[in-house]
Write a protein that binds this ligand. Structure first.
Ligand SMILES: [Zn+2]
Length: 296
């Protein structure tokens, strides 16, 4: 891991009203990795409470706050939890991306299993759920961190760079040695409407041979053509929603993962990165916040 930080003042601040949802809503489905049924209930939450998951199936209904310090795994998806590994919530990134889009700061998410439902493999249904719940402004401000320094993270053939910007912008380069994916590049300036229409419907993807291997290892047990784009060695088994659906999904994952740091404004360049790189960047963003006295 190579790290270089440039610049003097790390962060400045913008303010907006905190937000939660108007009314309780729920959704059911199957976890992508665990393959088990799960019900998710989203409830309004008070100011400054943050985004909190509650495992209603476990004794004492333990709560896990969606913050960088609680990340316990970035293998295939982002998991948050306690030191006791049975208290965890897996694959939070698509819901987190939807919450970023709708500017939700405070939310109680009750879940009766260890993994969020895969739904259709994208964040589309979470967007519809939040629209149904309605968004409610709360009478307290929220800090939006505007990054003033640049950070460069290089690991093997991946690169993740963070740069000061007046808008939240992601540039992502995806490269796979596959006839359909090949090289895809997306330059995307974040705004709610385009995120909901152009990024949130992009589905997760997997290779048929890899999925079979994952299933043997007890992963992707819920994976099917209903919740992922499946690739074989020559092409795509099911139909794509966008020609560049793969790179759009990588942007979706990144926005979701980075929301563990709350709303930020910066420009990001990602090359062949995934959840573990996003976590590493989150650690550095968090360190900048602490160093500059912003806290959580
Ligand atoms: Zn994803």
């Amino acid at each position: 891991m190579c790290l270089l930080i440039e610049g003097m003042n790390a962060l400045s601040e913008q303010l907006r009203e905190q937000k939660t949802i108007n009314r309780e809503v729920n959704i059911c489905g199957i976890g992508l990795h665990c393959g088990q049924k799960v019900k998710l209930v989203l409830k309004p939450a008070p100011v400054d409470s943050g985004i909190v998951f509650k495992r209603t199936d476990l004794k004492g209904q333990p709560e896990i706050k969606a913050v960088v310090d609680n990340v316990t795994s970035t293998r295939r998806s982002t998991t948050i939890g306690h030191r006791d590994i049975s208290i965890r919530v897996q694959t939070i990134e698509h819901l987190m991306a939807a919450l970023r889009a709708f500017n939700i700061d405070n939310l109680m998410i009750e879940i009766n299993n260890e993994e969020l439902p895969a739904l259709d493999g994208s964040a589309k249904l979470y967007g519809e759920l939040l629209t149904k719940a309605g968004i409610k402004g709360q009478k307290k401000t929220k800090k939006i961190f505007k990054i003033k320094q640049s950070i460069h993270l290089k690991e093997k053939d991946t690169y993740l760079g963070l740069f000061p910007s007046d808008v939240f912008k992601i540039n992502y380069l995806l490269k796979y040695n596959h006839p359909i994916i090949g090289t895809e590049y997306l330059e995307y300036i974040f705004d709610k409407d385009s995120f909901v229409k152009e990024i949130m419907p992009a589905r997760t993807f997997g290779f048929k041979s890899e999925v079979e291997d994952l299933k043997k290892r007890g992963l992707a047990l819920g994976g099917s053509l209903q919740n992922a784009v499946l690739l074989n060695k020559d092409g795509v088994v099911n139909e794509l929603r966008f020609d560049d659906e793969f790179v759009r999904h990588k942007v979706l994952d990144m926005v979701g993962d980075l929301y563990l740091n709350g709303p930020i404004i910066c420009e990001i360049i990602g090359i062949k990165t995934g959840h573990s790189n996003n976590y590493e960047l989150n650690r550095h963003i968090q360190a900048l916040k602490i160093k500059n006295g912003w806290g959580e």
